[in-house]
Design a protein around this ligand. Structure first.
Ligand SMILES: NC(=O)c1ccc[n+]([C@@H]2O[C@H](COP(=O)([O-])OP(=O)(O)OC[C@H]3O[C@@H](n4cnc5c(N)ncnc54)[C@H](O)[C@@H]3O)[C@@H](O)[C@H]2O)c1
Length: 291
């Protein structure tokens, strides 16, 4: 009886969390970074479609070799896929131009969900970075947001009161040693979102924010050394526990919707309370009695 009760309440909860409210009805958006069904961007694309949006998907040409993105595109109303290396200005121009052609007008929202560090991938220590790779980290993971925004600004590709969201991590504010040069990239990403948020806001009322997400099991996330320890620690340090990719997608939907029109130039923590927590009882107990 109690087990059945549990099932019913879980079902009610899951309906609640996935219930579509047509929050993005009539809106058109570009979603980058959906690599496979673990990607945060993948969940955002699915949720945006459920909420009534039309979508263009994009990723680096090399990331599409596995072809998984085709399955996502088919599942969300045959969304077009426009390949673009986010470091390449011509690719980005083509992405916005073709998206506007497809939609027959401007876009309402853009998700920047792009990150990569050759230094992390190849195990270079922060005190001994390869500077060519460091430049790539900054270009792919941060300057790409500037390139997307500058291109959209020049082509006037985003509707007035449109919304741009980029995903970031708290290593921009605090040291997490294995996050390496990605921490520097995230600081730059957050700064670009603030600076461009001013200019785009003043000119076109376009809002730009970053969401600082809990550690999440994805291809990029798991690339960080010691990720298991990292994610478990973060969970123990968050009163609500780690936020997962689906919850992050829900937050993105809220920011793309008209319900958040005056939120801009913010770094918004979506982390179960981690960023405001000094210590939790669970962590204190782990250390109790140790000298
Ligand atoms: N997973 C986490 O723990 C976590 C936590 C906070 C923030 N984030 C951020 O979320 C975003 C999405 O990452 P994810 O965790 O979903 O992992 P993911 O590996 O699924 O996504 C990263 C995406 O970046 C794309 N990409 C890499 N180089 C590119 C380029 N040159 N041009 C265009 N696209 C390129 C990849 O193809 C991939 O789709 C990243 O910015 C990441 O830093 C992740």
């Amino acid at each position: 009886m109690s087990a059945a009760g549990g099932l019913i309440s879980f079902a009610a909860y899951s309906n609640l969390t996935t219930m579509a409210n047509q929050l993005l009805k009539g809106k058109k958006g570009i979603i980058s970074g959906a690599l496979n069904n673990m990607s945060i961007a993948w969940k955002v694309a699915e949720r945006a479609h459920e909420e009534g949006a039309e979508i263009v998907l994009t990723n680096a040409p090399i990331a599409m070799r596995m072809g998984e993105i085709n399955g996502l595109a088919a599942a969300i109303g045959n969304a077009p896929i426009i390949p673009a290396d986010a470091t390449n200005e011509q690719d980005i121009e083509n992405l916005f131009a073709r998206s506007m052609e497809h939609f027959g007008g401007k876009v309402d929202f853009v998700l920047h969900s792009i990150g990569m560090s050759p230094n992390v991938r190849k195990g270079k220590h922060y005190t001994n970075l390869n500077y060519e790779w460091y430049k790539q980290t900054l270009d792919v993971s941060a300057m790409s947001l500037h390139k997307m925004l500058a291109t959209a600004y020049r082509l006037d590709a985003i509707q007035d009161w449109g919304s741009v969201v980029a995903l970031t991590y708290i290593a921009a504010q605090r040291i997490f040693p294995d996050y390496n040069d990605m921490a520097d990239a995230k600081s730059l990403l957050e700064s670009i979102s603030r600076s461009f948020g001013y200019h785009y806001g003043a000119a076109k009322k376009v809002r730009i924010n970053t969401i600082s997400q809990s550690p999440t099991v994805t291809t990029a996330g798991s690339g960080v050394k010691g990720f298991d320890g990292f994610i478990n620690y973060s969970n123990a340090m968050s009163p609500l526990g780690n936020a997962d990719a689906l919850a992050c997608a829900d937050y993105c939907i809220a920011l793309f919707s008209d319900l958040t029109r005056y939120v801009t130039m913010q770094n918004l923590f979506h982390d179960g309370g981690f960023s405001s927590t000094g210590v939790t009882q669970e962590v204190v107990e782990k250390f109790a009695g140790k000298d």
